[in-house]
Design a protein around this ligand. Structure first.
Ligand SMILES: Nc1ncnc2c1ncn2[C@@H]1O[C@H](COP(=O)(O)OP(=O)(O)OP(=O)(O)O)[C@@H](O)[C@H]1O
Ligand SMILES: [Mg+2]
Length: 256
């Protein structure tokens, strides 16, 4: 019998930013969340509530004012190559080709192994035929796929994603969401994914964490037990989506 084990533990995290006037502004106070190995967690909440701050602390870019982040039971004290962060505005190298970008984190590997790994991820994100292209020759969605492939090729334990699809047009975004579901089903990484988009969260996540306005507190955590790939017209999908909207103070279900 396999018992799930905690991968990420956010314990009593508090963060105050101090602004120029010297006054401190609480962004998080006593925030607690435990993420299991292999779980896909989406975090939604209003703009400015503290989602990016939370993610930055979880991956070790930002030190909490108090509290602890544990990954595999070990305190996180800084960034680590076993954990990869994907930003909204992608960070691919414009002077490297698609396959050089994807292989960037693998330069210490033997050539044959690196080439095999790069080919695998090029194929997985559907960029076969574009291996020698530079980012400027690709569409925005393709560049974002390079970014995701590069992150996966480095074989991280944990993926932190801060609105990775936010800059994409609607059609590309829908396609990328479906791709992400496929990739996650194959790879089973632990994922902490921030999004504004409630529909995206219900399509992707095992659990959706809904935050309050700043200072961010957990309003609710919803389990999404629908099988993947999810039917975006199913009554249960729509019910969960509407429940999150309601929790966020938006109720579209009863026109008056
Ligand atoms: N480096 C910083 N110094 C001071 N204040 C900051 C800093 N970064 C963020 N803040 C403030 O902390 C609050 C939370 O910001 P954060 O970026 O975490 O929000 P968010 O939930 O990610 O918002 P969005 O959905 O718009 O991306 C905001 O009020 C913001 O002004
Ligand atoms: Mg943000």
């Amino acid at each position: 019998m396999s018992v799930s084990s905690p991968k990420i533990e956010l314990q009593d995290l508090t963060l105050d930013y101090s602004h120029d006037g010297g006054e401190s502004m609480p962004v998080l106070s006593s925030f607690n969340l435990t993420v299991q190995q292999g779980e896909f967690i989406c975090i939604v909440g209003p703009s400015g509530c503290g989602k990016s701050t939370l993610l930055n602390m979880a991956c070790g870019f930002l030190k909490p004012t108090s509290g602890t982040v544990l990954i595999d039971g070990e305190p996180v004290v800084g960034p680590d190559p076993r954990r990869i962060f994907i930003f909204q505005n992608n960070a691919v190298f414009p002077w490297l080709t698609v396959d050089q970008n994807i292989g960037f984190g693998l330069l210490d590997r033997p050539d044959a192994e690196r080439e095999r790994t790069v080919a695998h991820y090029v194929d997985m994100v559907g960029l076969t035929g574009f291996e020698r292209a530079y980012p400027r020759e690709l569409s925005g969605g393709m560049v974002q796929r390079v970014e995701i492939a590069r992150a996966l090729a480095a074989n991280p334990d944990v993926l932190f994603m801060d609105e990775p699809l936010g800059a994409l047009d609607f059609l590309t975004r829908m396609k990328m969401r479906a791709d992400l579901v496929d990739i996650w089903r194959q790879e089973k990484k632990t994922v902490l994914f921030v999004t504004h988009d409630v529909e995206e969260a219900v399509q992707l996540a095992d659990r959706v964490v809904v935050l309050s306005p700043r200072p961010a507190e957990i309003r609710t955590i919803l389990d999404v037990q629908l099988p993947r790939p999810r039917n975006l017209d199913s009554p249960e999908y729509l019910r969960l989506r509407d429940e999150i909207f309601k929790t966020m103070g938006l109720d579209f279900s009863s026109p008056s």
